[in-house]
Design a protein around this ligand. Structure first.
Ligand code: UTP
Length: 408
């Protein structure tokens, strides 16, 4: 893209300020900026007002969860189905590690965070160790995909290399970068990160499927006969990955996606609750759960909306073409976005100063139409690290690890 074309594109989207420093740039910096302007989808900025308006939700109704007692009764059956699928190479794991982890506040990828006390225990290491349990149990190396973003890709790959893949088989691990979206101020003007760079952020945790296709890894899945993908968040250091019983129950239910869920700790706990919306599986945010929904009971007298998702899903590959990113809604999220001020200095704001655009996994669940919520024991499988202290923090996750006999 040449300068004239860049100007035209920026003007079309009201973003002419992106070239404010153009004349000060070196030739290579100019080229970098022009190429970023070419690649960046600025059309989202025009939709800011529309996207900020909360969508009207449909009619909610409860969705049946396979609960611990159901699982216990059919454990052997589920286990055998799942472990066969693993042994036949039909399942893979996909680590979502493209997020910025701003709440944790470390400049490194979140997975490099060390939660060890007497020795090193990195978040990535915990994840790989959890997966290795299943590898050892089934005698099968499971393909592991790792999604990064351009902000943390090199550091993530280098870290895995340096740590010898934490004992995982190197040629079973494949990394790919997720796509980025522009970040803007409250008026919809993109921020500049540097004089020659528009501020961007990863395009949300639903970016994984389209980004995987862009990397050509859909072909690898096809060649290897992979039928199921277990996607999971980087920050839950206790989660079971490619858990044979979960895989077995999802295959047995013949659904497009299985979702690991935990019983809510309190009716108003801040977790996304799984249910039906206009007859299709959906996740309703804690602030959208009405008092009436909180009070509703199921046939056993238990709360009817009682299970929260933990970002651990098993997707059936053949159904995924329905959820490529052009088919998914966009969400606007308020964030703290570092930016260049009028003097050309970088400012790191203390409070939210703008928006980024994301596509969310929870919309994939809704679009796919069939989902099996599968209960797991919170204390054994849910130790998310979002913050440094307090709820869902390094502190709380460490406590849970120790309770589960993990040496730190
Ligand atoms: P979070 O919603 O906790 O976001 O991600 P985050 O960016 O990691 O953290 P904060 O909000 O800035 O503190 C949940 C999971 O989804 C992944 C994260 O890496 C994490 O595993 N994720 C999130 C992506 O892979 N890409 C994204 O664009 C966003």
């Amino acid at each position: 893209m040449n300068l004239e074309e860049a100007k035209a594109k920026l003007e079309e989207f009201d973003q002419a300020h992106v070239l404010n420093y153009y004349d000060e740039l070196s030739e290579s910096e100019k080229e970098e900026l022009l190429s970023q302007i070419k690649e960046t989808d600025l059309s989202v900025l025009k939709k800011l007002d529309e996207l900020k308006t909360p969508k009207k939700r449909g009619r909610f109704s409860p969705l049946k969860t396979v609960q611990l007692s159901d699982i216990e009764n059919r454990k052997k059956e589920f286990y055998d189905i799942g472990s066969d699928a693993i042994k036949n190479g039909k399942t893979c794991a996909l680590l979502l590690a493209g997020g910025m982890g701003t709440r944790l506040g470390s400049d490194d990828p979140k997975g490099m965070y060390n939660i060890g006390e007497t020795k090193d225990v990195f978040i990535f290491q915990r994840i790989v160790e959890n997966l290795l349990d299943v590898v050892n149990e089934t005698g099968t190396w499971i393909r592991l995909f790792v999604m990064t973003s351009e902000k943390n890709h090199e550091k993530t790959v280098d870290f895995f290399e340096k740590k010898n893949y934490f004992g995982y088989k190197k040629d079973k691990v494949l990394f790919f970068k997720q796509s980025m979206a522009p970040a803007c101020d409250r008026e919809g003007k993109v921020y500049l990160e540097k004089k020659n760079r528009i501020s961007t952020s990863p395009n949300g945790n639903a970016g994984w499927y389209s980004s995987m296709i862009r990397a050509g890894y859909d072909k690898i899945m096809k060649d290897e006969g992979i039928e199921w993908i277990n996607i999971f968040a980087v920050d839950n250091v206790l989660q079971r990955i490619c858990d044979p019983c979960f895989i077995g129950a999802t295959i047995d239910a013949d659904v497009s996606v299985g979702a690991k869920v935990v019983k809510k700790a309190a009716p108003d706990e801040k977790v996304g609750v799984i249910c039906l919306e206009d007859g299709k599986p959906s996740i309703v945010e804690y602030y959208e759960v009405s008092q009436e929904m909180m009070d509703e009971k199921d046939e056993n007298g238990e709360p009817a909306y009682n299970f929260g998702v933990i970002l651990n899903y098993l997707f059936r590959v053949k159904d995924l073409d329905a959820v490529t990113d052009d088919k998914m809604p966009l969400h606007v999220v308020e964030k703290k976005i570092p930016f260049l001020n009028e003097n050309g200095e970088t400012v790191r704001p203390e409070t939210e100063n703008g928006y980024k655009f994301e596509q969310l996994v929870l919309d994939m669940i809704h679009e796919l139409g069939t989902c099996l919520p599968y209960e797991v024991i919170r204390e054994k499988e849910f130790a998310p690290i979002k913050n440094k202290t307090g709820v869902d923090s390094v502190e709380s996750a460490k406590e849970l690890c120790k309770k589960n006999g993990i040496e730190l």
